[in-house]
Structures are given as structure tokens and as C-alpha cells.
Design a protein around this ligand. Structure first.
Ligand SMILES: O=C(O)CCC(=O)C(=O)O
Length: 257
């Protein structure tokens, strides 16, 4: 059974640029995804260049008790292709098609893990800042929690309605490393804590961020991005494959304000 977005959820996506959707996965499915996630993290599933540090911009000399500040594994479905037919991809695509139309298709997926006490925030940004210029900016990102996501372990925060305003100016965060950031503050935003198996959906211009994990708890997220098939084709024809092949990620779309 695929999740049906309610009229209120569709309105929230229109008005705020994000919305919480509960019970995208059953507890049993969460358990199976969590096991798979551990196989990615431990290296039992090899990821090569697809694994990186989304917190590589942090300028600290401190010895870390973790392999990365924020572990990011791009393209889990390229490593384990059956994921395309598994519940999370099926549900995410169904929600993207309900919200934005039948021409929506899978673009890319990623795992973002904040290990206990890694205390590294994901900078405020709009996903569009990472894109090439696209004539059709419809996109939907489905961020599903595999652990309880709390304010203190790094749940997502959003600035409601920011997607309706000009895109903010972005630059490379900190000392570099790949992540982009823009000016924004928690006072403008709202946190979206989630139980395991629930998701927050956002559009490409939604302004978002997450705090670092300062707790003992895990914060594993599985993220699936969808956009129109013609735009995926355009991206690929311009060499944009979200890191599937080893290309350099550049600021392509710096924003206006
Ligand atoms: O998981 C995070 O901390 C950030 C995720 C994010 O920025 C995204 O899914 O667009």
C-alpha cells in the first residue's frame, strides 16, 4: 500500500515547502533498512568514492571518534540495485508523482548519518544551489528517519515559505569540502522531529539545515530525490549525476539574494 498524501499535506508543501509524512515504513521495514545501512557503514557493502564527509568543511584539529563528521553515502541504489523495487523507493516515487505529476522519476539517493557526539551541523542551504540551471525546477526530496530524529541528534529544520522567495546566495561552507551554505538562523525556522519510519518531504527550493548530533543516539536518514524525467535526462546530458561518477561538485547556481 502506498502512502496517500492528504490535501493538508499537499497544501503544506505548497505553502511551506516541506511537510511531515508519518509511517512511510513499517517498524519491520525500518529494521531491514537499518541492517542494510549498517552494511554500508561497516564497509561490508563497498562504496568507494560514493562515501564522503558532508561535514568536511569543519575546521577542527580534534581527534574524532568517528570516520567522518557527517557520513554521506551517495547512490546506495547503485550499490544495491534491488533498492529501486523496495518500499522506500516505491513510496517516495509515489509521493513525488502525487505531488508533482506522473512525469516525476527517481533522480538520486543518499544516506546521511550523524554518529553520536559528532556534533556537526549540516549548513543552511537550498538544494537548488547544488543543481545545474534547470528550466523545470519541480523536485521532491523524501528524508526518512531510521532512528528517532530529535532536535539534539540532528532532525531537519526548515524556514517555512522560503521556497517562494528568491533563492539565497550560497557559498562553500567553512574551509571547503563540498557542502554549500547560505545565511539563515534557527529563529526563522522550525524543527521537524520524526519517529523512525516517518519522513519529511521538501521541494528543491526549501531552506533547511540540521544541528549536529550531541547525544548518544543514532541519527540515520535515507534520502530519495525525484524530479521530472526530462530534467533528469538534461542533468545527465550535462554531466550532472550527483556524484555517481567521480566528478567534482561545484557551486553551479549561487542564487540571487
Ligand atoms: O541530513 C541532513 O542533515 C541534511 C539532509 C539534506 O540537506 C537534504 O536531504 O537535502
Amino acid at each position: 500500500m502506498t502512502v496517500e498524501l492528504t490535501a493538508d499535506q499537499v497544501k503544506a508543501l505548497d505553502d511551506d515547502g516541506f511537510v511531515r509524512v508519518d509511517k512511510v515504513l513499517t517498524p519491520e521495514q525500518v529494521e531491514r533498512y537499518a541492517e542494510l545501512y549498517e552494511a554500508f557503514l561497516s564497509g561490508a557493502i563497498s562504496t568507494g568514492h560514493l562515501r564522503g564527509d558532508l561535514g568536511g568543511h569543519v575546521d577542527d584539529e580534534a581527534e574524532m571518534d568517528a570516520p567522518e563528521h557527517i557520513t554521506q553515502i551517495m547512490w546506495p541504489s547503485a550499490c544495491v540495485p534491488v533498492l529501486h523495487d523496495a518500499p522506500l523507493h516505491v513510496q517516495s516515487l509515489a509521493m513525488a508523482q502525487q505531488y508533482s505529476g506522473d512525469d516525476m522519476t527517481f533522480d538520486f539517493d543518499m544516506l546521511i548519518d550523524k554518529l553520536p557526539h559528532t556534533d556537526t551541523s549540516t549548513p543552511w542551504h537550498q538544494d537548488m544551489a547544488y543543481w545545474i540551471k534547470l528550466p523545470d525546477i519541480r523536485s521532491l526530496s523524501v528524508w526518512t528517519a531510521l532512528d528517532e530524529a530529535t532536535v539534539d541528534n540532528g532532525c531537519m529544520w526548515y524556514v517555512p515559505g522560503a521556497h517562494r522567495k528568491p533563492m539565497r546566495r550560497h557559498w562553500e561552507a567553512g574551509k571547503g569540502g563540498g557542502a554549500l551554505e547560505c545565511e539563515a538562523k534557527e529563529e526563522e525556522g522550525v524543527p521537524v522531529p520524526l519517529p523512525p519510519g516517518s519522513a519529511v518531504l521538501h521541494v528543491g527550493a526549501a531552506l533547511h539545515y540540521s544541528r549536529g548530533n550531541t547525544t548518544e543516539s543514532r541519527r540515520r536518514a535515507f534520502i530519495i530525490n525525484c524530479r521530472p524525467k526530462t530534467m533528469v535526462d538534461l542533468e545527465r546530458s550535462e554531466g550532472m549525476d550527483h556524484g555517481l561518477t567521480e566528478n567534482v561538485r561545484k557551486v553551479r547556481n549561487e542564487g540571487e539574494a
